[in-house]
Design a protein around this ligand. Structure first.
Ligand code: PLP
Length: 370
């Protein structure tokens, strides 16, 4: 590597990753954490968790919001709360957690191919996949780009299906003036350390339906409240340590999104135009700039570029690859999703995070290697 590396220190390589966890000033984290210490209260509806939930409810302008342990278990809780046990129409272009949640809940994923512009589920192909066993649609707002929400709502209403959005990428995005987390019967989010807003590990489940919210609230904590036992539950609680991280990161959110926006604009100005990018034609949509995906003309071009970046100590990420209908656990569905298959082979996420200042270098490597 050495000579080519854009970043070396003390003789060793420093890898530049596709993202870097945003860390608030350490003292700001510890001063919030001190409140938990003083009370010796680390979990179970602690003061910090309640404060974080209130802040995020206000920020997102949603009536109900539950902070949970991660962005996967909330998908499982959503399926369970909506009593889904059979077929779920879903996207093959998402993180593996979306599919695994369906399988883990004992349901069958039915993959519907994706749109070429947004890389979200192709709503025009949903109806053909509906059978007598279809109960729900679980779709992902990929890279925070909204699915065709109105069309999906119409199909769901017509066929009496529930809609769950995996909005793990969509924190801070707005659609038609509302948070993108405020759609479907349930939306879920992830606050994993790699996400735009994070609590180290964490997730959330959001619904406008008060009864559903109450059910999810019980699910989160073993299915009981004090001595009142309501039924099955799980442990999806999150701790005061995680809530403290959220409270410490939250004040920096708009700064984080602004810095990412500037990097996005730099990439946009410098990258050759034949590298296409997933995009929305929706006019009433505000992005969060969480990812910078580019689509190559061929997989071999992508691999050449990835290797060239790697030589310079830069890790780009194939996100998402492979297409989820080709996983060992989903092969049995024998799905045909050529668009997802093609894009998953050709999409690469370039590094983007506050403080990243090597856009020029990355772009030069990309241009030289294709
Ligand atoms: C990150 C992610 C998840 C999983 O979230 P965790 O908090 O890591 O469990 C689920 N779906 C999508 C689309 C994601 O990007």
């Amino acid at each position: 590597m050495g000579a080519n590396s854009v970043f070396t220190q003390m003789g060793g390589e420093i890898m530049i990753n596709v993202t870097k966890t945003y860390l608030p000033p350490f003292e700001e984290y510890t001063s919030i954490l001190k409140r938990a210490w003083e009370k010796a209260w680390l979990t179970n509806n602690g003061e910090l968790l309640l404060e974080l939930e209130q802040k995020l409810r206000t920020y997102l302008e949603v009536p109900h919001f539950l902070f949970c342990s991660n962005g996967t278990i909330v998908l499982q809780m959503a399926l369970k709360a909506l009593e889904i046990s059979k077929e779920v129409i879903t996207t093959p272009f998402s993180y593996v957690a979306t599919t695994n949640a369906i399988l883990w809940e004992g349901c069958k994923p039915v993959f519907v191919d994706i749109r070429e512009d947004t890389l979200c589920i192709d709503e025009t192909k949903i109806e053909a996949a509906i059978t007598k066993d279809t109960q729900a649609i679980l779709a992902t707002h990929v890279y925070g780009i909204p699915c065709k929400i109105e069309a999906i709502e119409r199909i769901a209403a017509k066929h009496n299906l529930k809609v769950i959005y995996d909005a793990a990428h969509a924190f801070g995005c707005k659609y038609k003036g509302k948070s993108l987390l405020d759609f479907g019967d349930v939306s879920t989010c992830s606050f994993h350390a790699t996400k735009i807003f994070h609590t180290a590990e964490g997730g959330a489940v959001i619904t406008r339906d008060k009864d559903l919210h109450d059910q999810l609230y019980k699910f989160r904590s073993f299915g009981h409240i004090g001595d009142d036992y309501f039924g099955e539950g799980i442990n999806a609680k999150n701790s005061e340590l995680h809530a403290a991280m959220g409270l410490a990161v939250f004040p920096y959110l708009s700064d984080i999104m602004n810095q990412r926006k500037l990097i996005t604009e730099e990439y946009d100005a410098l990258l050759p135009t034949f590298l296409s990018k997933p995009k929305s034609s929706e006019t009433s949509f505000e992005r969060n700039f969480a990812y910078y995906p580019v689509v190559f003309e061929s997989e071999s071009q992508l691999i050449k570029t990835m290797q060239a970046l790697q030589k310079s100590g830069i890790n780009a990420r194939r996100y998402f690859y492979p297409s989820l209908h080709n996983l060992p656990q989903t092969k049995f569905t024998k799905s045909h999703c050529p668009v997802s298959e093609s894009f998953s082979k050709r999409v690469l996420c370039l590094p983007i995070y506050p403080g990243f200042h090597l856009v020029n270098e990355v772009v030069n490597i990309v241009i030289q290697s294709i």
